[in-house]
Design a protein around this ligand. Sequence first.
Ligand code: BGP
Length: 465
Amino acid sequence: MKIEFPKKFWWGAATSGPQSEGRFNKKHANVFDHWYEIDPDAFYNNVGPDTASNFYNSFKEDITMMKKIGLNSVRTSIQWSRLIDDLEEGTLNEDGVRFYNDLIDEFLKNGIRPVINLHHFDIPAELYHKYGGWESKYVVDLFAQFAEQCFKLFGDRVEDWFTHNEPMVVVDGQYLYQFHYPLVRDGKKAVQVAYNLVLASAKAIEKFREVNTNPKGRIGIILNLTPSYPATLEAKDVEAARFADLWCNQMFLDPSIHGVFPKELIDVLERDGVLWESTIEEEKVILDNTIDVLGVNFYHPNRVQQPTVSPNSLTVDWMPTKYYDSYEKRNRRMNVDKGWEIYPKALYDIAINVRDNYNNIPWFVSENGMGVSREERWLNKDGMIEDEYRIQFIQEHLYWVSEGIKAGSNCFGYHLWTPIDSWSWMNAYRNRYGFISNNIHTQVKTIKKSGYWIKEVADTNAFSV
Ligand code: BGP
């Protein structure tokens, strides 16, 4: 069977500044730099973000390798903490400006479309300590100022901009389930942060509309959409899945595309006394500044059942888990290293949802991938990692993308997480995701079998199974 894709399809991969660059500018710490400074034990094998995949020093060689494996587009992010010297005045850091200019030029020189994101979990720590980070509307305005600087500096060459990567992970990790610094557990704050992230995206888009002069320029947001499937067709499970969808997906999708939050969600939050604080002016900014393009990160679906924890036993006043419980379906296919279910058809369901409920907006798979530990198990005698499992994983997901496109979905690309094995937050280098492996001790980078495979796919816009 031959699976084909439209002309000009994006074949690429995604990384982020904090996970690839290494700590090149010590003026400010992002929250992860700071967390590592105060608690290195929080990170797998005590490996922090200091070196990451050394992209700051080796971006030229790395981009040459990305070109060699046929990638026509690559996403990375500009780090707020590296580009801006005075976070409140917005003055620029010379080294940061030079680095990101050189990086963008290098991508273009190699025929690779630079796709630029502005926030990938990496708020400057100082803004958290002084103002409460995303809890603060002042910080929202500072983010819009940083975004404006980026559009002015790089907008002549960058056509594809994104405001946030996975804002839901900031809400979950920083404010609910304590897997990202500052490890807060506070439902009411989480709700406010979700709103503030939406507002920050809209305010950045407003700046983009004001200052962007590139006629091809467009802007969007990257959301980790997790289709929510009920455990059974019992009303309570179906209701639980409905709330999970509202909370995990629609809370960001609806305002980003339609300019308004779902009324059903607002009603629940209001009834529970945790609704965010907003003003009419802010709501107008959100309404007027919707996205042009959507990035969808997809790793695993959400299997949902009615909550098993009684609301009265919750240790904090309000948690979204009051309404639903996620569980792993053990008899399903799993990526055991990561503990994530593998369910490629969810990408088709996403495609249809976006087609039918979100104006069939142009979108692309901005992350998808398989994290595998101890990949050296698959080294062959020539020193290449034979990651057949990754090729199969990508093929299965691409199959459902192509079915979505056949059904009229406006999907224009696929990016794997990630081009070169990168630093994965608290997991550091435990799970590897790249088309290209990276020896973290020597920084030697080697193309994996999947890297040669994707080259053929990108060259022919098709693959056969
Ligand atoms: C996504 C993030 C990426 C990346 C990826 C892999 O949620 O956008 O930054 O890290 O997940 O997951 P992990 O790093 O947890 O293995």
